[in-house]
Ligand binder design. Structure first.
Ligand SMILES: Nc1ncnc2c1ncn2[C@@H]1O[C@H](COP(=O)(O)OP(=O)(O)OP(=O)(O)O)[C@@H](O)[C@H]1O
Ligand SMILES: [Mg+2]
Length: 259
């Protein structure tokens, strides 16, 4: 039985702007299994970013319960939330959010720098890990470049490496392909899938591109703050589930995720 990594139980989120109250999420309940590659789909304004912010412990729900890695986020104080974010969750943004004055290597290494109290041996292992990640996203020859010297797709590759540097259980990506042409967007998605399969990291990415959501194991579709579709390709391990799994792996082997 797969482990649940994220659960929302009748979650509501209301934003108040002056006199106007916007209900961005209404009674949203869902479960996400560890190791899955999940998409939050839906049109503009449907609540995708809001849901990712709640899962990412950047914001708290107005009602209902958000559980991330077994912790109820509403019961955590700010320090505990920061700790959970730093160690368990990686973020990838639509606009890449790299630091312009740092080179690629330094950008990837940055989250590690927040953990200062480490010895020389650990430091050496970290350098190797950072190199390994940068190689894995295909930028070994760009380590000393600054973000401005890279293409959009390359910048997003850096952001993927940075999101993984803390070895998080969960990576959240808010429209990671929105600023890329479709071929580059597909290659970014394949890279995320590769990382999902290599490290078992759970990925949750939002998109409003129907071509991209096909890549996901689990599609959660929002409209006007409500779930209108919640479909997981490989269900529990009953016979039908096994077939689903077999189908999925054969799709992978026949090159849908090949280069
Ligand atoms: N900080 C805020 N204050 C007030 N209203 C907000 C705020 N953030 C989001 N909203 C509203 O909540 C609703 C959901 O917004 P959200 O950003 O989650 O949508 P989205 O699906 O990510 O859209 P997009 O595809 O355009 O990024 C929208 O109606 C939006 O106007
Ligand atoms: Mg959004």
């Amino acid at each position: 039985m797969a482990e649940t990594i994220v659960a929302l139980d009748r979650v509501g989120k209301a934003y108040r702007l002056d006199e106007v109250q916007v209900e961005a999420l209404k009674e949203v309940s869902l479960e996400i299994q560890a190791g899955d590659f999940v998409t939050i789909a839906g049109p503009s304004g449907s609540g995708k970013t809001t849901i990712l912010n709640l899962i990412g412990c950047v914001d708290k729900p107005s009602s209902g319960i958000v559980t991330v890695l077994g912790r109820r986020t509403s019961e955590l104080n700010d320090d505990e939330l920061t700790e959970l974010r730093h160690h368990a969750i990686g973020f990838i943004f639509q606009t890449f959010n790299l630091i312009p004055v740092l080179n690629i290597r330094e950008n990837v290494e940055l989250p590690l720098m927040l953990d200062t109290n480490i010895g020389e041996e650990e430091r050496r292992q970290r350098r190797e890990w950072v190199d390994f990640l940068i190689e894995n996203v295909g930028l070994a020859d760009r380590m000393r470049h600054r973000p401005a010297e890279l293409s959009g797709g390359q910048r997003q590759r850096v952001a993927i490496a940075r999101a993984l540097v803390m070895k998080p259980a969960l990576v959240l990506a808010d429209e990671p392909t929105a600023n890329l042409d479709s071929a580059t967007g597909e290659s970014i998605l394949r890279l995320m899938r590769h990382m999902n399969e290599t490290f078992g990291t759970t990925f949750i990415f939002s998109t409003h591109d129907p071509d991209i959501e096909h890549e996901a194991d689990h599609v959660i579709r929002l409209r006007d703050g409500r779930i209108v579709e919640n479909r997981r390709k490989s269900m529990v391990m009953d016979a039908a589930g096994m077939e689903g799994m077999a189908l999925q792996s054969s799709l992978r082997l026949t090159g849908r995720h090949g280069s």
